[in-house]
Design a protein around this ligand. Structure first.
Ligand SMILES: NC(=O)c1ccc[n+]([C@@H]2O[C@H](COP(=O)([O-])OP(=O)(O)OC[C@H]3O[C@@H](n4cnc5c(N)ncnc54)[C@H](OP(=O)(O)O)[C@@H]3O)[C@@H](O)[C@H]2O)c1
Length: 273
């Protein structure tokens, strides 16, 4: 029986993935900041609910060790925990900047460090949840994109570095997903007293809130299925786009230049000078 450790398993993609892998006969270490939120998961056989805050190295190390102590080995690490930071870059506070990169970049790196000795023993696999935002950029998401581009670069390099050891690294890139991501998980930056960005922000928020845009959003269960495929297809494939919208956006972006993308984004999001 194989074992997966998942970060951010309290809600959304992480929770759906924990449930799917459990149903598929895996041992699941479902980790989260507040394990009291996981009574449903904790009641399932072969599920270990464990505290893990990706910004706290001691909790990462303890959760990895507890997983191996309980299930005997670790086959897959899923770095899923993360959140978005939206607004003008100019508005970010040092605390917001630090929390975004500590959570979305440093956290996955430290979790990979803790898991690697065990993954080497099983010739296992790391799956990092990036985003379509790890390859296509929207305005007013600069710092979030920065984290996902960073995670993609780390993953791509590490995949080559670890190949001789038989440990694979994969990247899953969801498009829009119906989770808490755009709600409680979104940190919004604002610049009090400066109205320079107001019209553009209003316009981009209207685009993101448009129900027509959400038609192609995925359910978290769809993304979980892509993660299960990545974990079990036995391939050395690096990237898995997840969701109809992600596939369409990536294809469109690949066919245009940087300058065309910039010009099209200004029009599409109704940005004003
Ligand atoms: N939803 C989308 O449209 C979308 C699109 C592309 C990529 N993604 C990526 O998918 C991943 C999961 O997001 P989601 O859509 O499932 O949103 P979600 O439902 O808001 O889940 C985010 C998870 O991350 C956890 N988390 C945040 N900070 C953490 C920390 N310091 N330590 C441990 N866990 C932490 C949250 O835990 P708490 O419950 O404790 O807050 C929650 O479990 C993220 O990496 C996100 O960037 C999402």
């Amino acid at each position: 029986m194989k074992t997966i450790l998942i970060t951010g398993a309290s809600t959304g993609i992480g929770r759906a993935t924990a449930l799917l892998f459990q149903q598929a006969g895996w041992n699941v270490a479902a980790t989260m900041r507040d394990p009291s939120r996981a009574s449903e998961l904790a009641a399932l056989p072969n599920v270990l609910v464990q505290a893990l805050d990706v910004t706290d190295k001691a909790s990462i190390d303890a959760a990895v060790e507890a997983t191996v102590a309980r299930f005997g080995a670790l086959d897959v690490l899923l770095n899923n925990a993360g959140y978005g930071l939206f607004g003008p870059l100019e508005a970010v506070t040092p605390q917001q900047l630090e929390r975004q990169y500590r959570t979305n970049v440093f956290g996955p790196v430290q979790t990979m460090q803790a898991a690697l000795p065990h993954l080497r023993a099983t010739r296992g696999l790391i799956i990092n949840v990036s985003s379509i935002g790890g390859r296509v950029c929207f305005p007013f998401n600069s710092l979030y994109h920065g984290t996902k581009f960073a995670l993609e670069g780390v993953s791509e390099s590490l995949a080559i570095e670890l190949a001789p050891q038989g440990v694979r690294v994969k990247i899953v890139e969801p498009g829009g997903v119906k989770t808490d991501f755009a709600g409680r998980s979104l940190d919004v930056m604002s610049l009090p007293g400066v109205d320079l960005y107001d019209a553009s922000l209003k316009s981009i928020m209207a685009v993101f809130a448009d129900p027509a845009r959400r038609v192609d959003y995925s359910e978290p269960e769809n993304i979980a299925r892509v993660i299960l495929e990545a974990a079990t297809d036995g391939s050395a494939r690096l990237r898995y786009l997840a969701g109809k919208d992600a596939i369409a956006m990536a294809a469109h972006r690949a066919g245009i230049s940087d300058e065309e993308h910039q010009a099209q984004s200004v029009v599409r999001f109704g940005l004003q000078g």
